[in-house]
Design a protein around this ligand. Structure first.
Ligand code: T46
Length: 137
């Protein structure tokens, strides 16, 4: 699965911490977009899609949430709860996010602008595309 948990170096001093994300240094892509998920209501599940091309790094800068990741062969749950840890999402990976704490701020850095055409929002279509890719390899 094209998923990596990336440790992010905490800088700073006695006043407090600071984490810097720099494209092509601790991020393997150029940042074209930043968005953040806030005020996710209790019990709500988000996501339910994959991306065709988009590469992203997700960081729970406050609070916590859980990702269910599925590459068509295996499924994995990853809890994000540490601003010093980034979840790198590349390749064809179906994602669902849930168990958001009330205070959760999930920041996502992306290598492309928002484009609905890059989303695969139907699970059966996702599996078909995964299988097609396997055949082409
Ligand atoms: C992802 C997970 C982790 C925009 O207008 N611009 C944007 O950049 C984004 C990301 C969304 N939107 C609009 C589209 C919808 O009307 O914001 C609304 C909520 O988006 P969506 O339902 O896609 O949000 P999530 O939380 O299901 O998924 C988001 C990202 O879309 C997705 O790329 O990987 O977070």
């Amino acid at each position: 699965m094209n998923i990596e948990l990336v440790p992010l170096q905490v800088r700073g001093d006695e006043r407090g911490g600071l984490i810097a994300l720099e494209e092509e240094k601790n991020l393997p892509f150029k940042i074209r977009r930043v968005y953040y998920l806030i005020d996710t209501k209790p019990g709500v599940k988000r996501g339910f899609h994959a991306h065709k091309e988009l590469r992203q790094l997700a960081v729970a800068v406050r609070g916590e949430c859980t990702f269910l990741l599925d590459d068509g062969s295996c499924r994995r749950e990853i809890k994000l709860h540490d601003p010093a840890q980034g979840l790198l999402l590349t390749g064809l990976v179906w994602r669902e996010m849930f168990d958001f704490s009330e205070d959760c701020v999930l920041m996502v850095l992306a290598d492309q602008l928002y484009d609905e055409a890059d989303y695969i929002r139907n699970y059966d279509e996702f599996i078909n595309i995964v299988n097609l890719q396997k055949e082409q390899k």
